[in-house]
Design a protein. Sequence first.
Lengths: 120, 113
Amino acid sequence: EVQLVESGGGLVQPGGSLRLSCAASGFTFSSYLMHWVRQAPGKGLVWVSRINSDGSSTSYADSVKGRFTISRDNAKNTLYLQMNSLRADDTAVYYCARVYGLAAAWFGYWGQGTLVTVSS
Amino acid sequence: DSVMTQSPDSLTVSLGESATINCKSSQNVLYSSNNKNYLAWYQQKPGQPPKLLIYWASTRESGVPDRFSGSGSGTDFTLTISSLQAEDVAIYYCQQYYDTPPTFGQGTKVEIK
């Protein structure tokens, strides 16, 4: 069974940093492209970033480019999101998501999410 | 970026009645080389992550009840719940995966009348 478990969220002051983790199990993690998607309280889903299977290629939403860094450790089956220079509008539940299949780009599996609150 | 616009924003339907949600993409998501529409639908219940319902615009994910169906092509798509059940109360999102960034509609909230 595919499982994705996020951690690392919490309360941080504006301008601060956090690193989110997503522990994956139940599949060959190193074979799959992975994403981060966020959802502000009471709002819709917004894609944040993606990384290819070996970590050699990344992509970011304009709103986080230059502040967030996605990475992965395939030996540890873990996806990361380093978030720097955090702003109030980064407040959201952050989900990690796996693509459905090796050649299937939609989001097939989601974690339960971790809440990031940016506030003084 | 492709903008996905859903209508309506909310929908109140009686149990057993049909619910229809529309999704319009600002760009064509039909890939001509394989004749597939790069569009998915998700259901999100309160406090839960989204759940995949449909991909390729009309292919139902395994385990999804057959009262859920997707249709459309190019830029205009529809999710239909043919006989609304109490457990279908949720927010529904369309999403294009034709290009990067993947983008979602703003969501449609479905409630019981």
